[in-house]
Design a protein around this ligand. Structure first.
Ligand code: NAD
Length: 255
């Protein structure tokens, strides 16, 4: 990652912040993008304090103009666009029969259309400049298993997997690789606060996760780093699942 220019969306907290900080620690120049400037600035502050290079750019990934401006900003500031992580995402828990249009549209706008805008605006600039870039989308185990009450989220993440494969095939002739990470439960702020109000949530998590614990965001960042470097040079169109064994458990046959 030394000297590479990496854009990470949803970088103000959680998995995106961990990816931004890890990439910077590996020598990348990081553009951390998010809708939350205060938290985003704090992430860039930590990157700089650790001796890394980074900057924050305010960006709503549901707005194509803002995503385009984000990519232009990275190129103007650092002269390249080598790695782009389309990580921003939201979740909404509603039973299917009660799911309204507005909620469905909002989840799809951030989780799917945001990934489309981010990937397309990045790839167009990579192709123009002959950059053999790497795009890493954030999907979820929910792309393939079916936690209830999450119809919009599950559908958006399943679509991210299919978009990842299609992008990989169409961008391979340009030397651009496109892969995704599909985390299981990750101990982000949201998860930690849920644990405080619902102590049984940890028991449920243990029961469905062979490794018996949530991932630390840094463990997800390690998977993103692999897909962002030449260590994964023969990977494209794949989703890899840092999930503590959850998908394997979902395939266990009843005795
Ligand atoms: P988080 O809520 O901790 O962080 C998400 C960040 O995205 C926030 O900083 C938020 O401001 C930003 N964001 C939201 N909407 C945005 C928009 N329209 N434009 C730009 N930024 C926006 O969430 P997280 O747990 O770190 O999740 C990151 C990604 O990982 C998401 O795509 C999520 O679906 C996925 N994921 C999370 C888990 C988990 O257990 N936490 C598991 C699987 C997948």
């Amino acid at each position: 990652m030394q000297g590479k220019v990496a854009v990470v969306t949803g970088a103000a907290r959680g998995i995106g912040a961990a990816i931004a900080e890890r990439f910077a620690a590996e020598g990348a120049r990081v553009v951390a993008a998010d809708m939350d400037p205060m938290a985003g600035d704090a992430v860039v502050g930590r990157i700089k304090q650790a001796g890394g290079e980074g900057r924050f750019v305010a960006c709503d990934v549901t707005r194509r103009d803002q995503v385009a401006a984000l990519m232009d900003h990275a190129i103007a500031a650092y002269g390249s666009l080598d790695v782009v992580c389309a990580n921003a995402g939201i979740i909404h828990n509603t039973p299917f029969l009660e799911l309204d249009d507005e909620t469905f549209d909002r989840v799809v706008a951030v989780n799917l259309k945001g990934v489309f805008y981010t990937g397309q605006e990045a790839a167009r600039r990579m192709v123009e400049r002959g950059i053999a870039g790497k795009i890493v989308n954030t999907a979820s185990v929910n792309a393939v298993i079916v936690p209830q009450g999450l119809a919009a989220y599950n559908a958006s993440k399943g679509a991210v997997n299919q978009l990842t494969k299609t992008m990989a095939v169409e961008l391979a002739p340009h030397g651009i690789r496109v892969n995704a990470i599909g985390p299981g439960s990750v101990a982000t702020d949201l998860f930690r606060s849920a644990m405080l109000t619902d102590p049984e949530a940890m028991d449920r998590l243990r029961a469905r996760t062979p490794l018996g614990r949530p991932a630390d965001p840094a463990e997800i960042a390690g998977a993103a780093l692999f897909l962002a470097t030449d260590d994964s040079a023969y990977f494209t169109g794949q989703t890899i699942y840092p999930d503590g064994g959850r998908l394997a458990l979902s395939h266990v046959m009843p005795k």
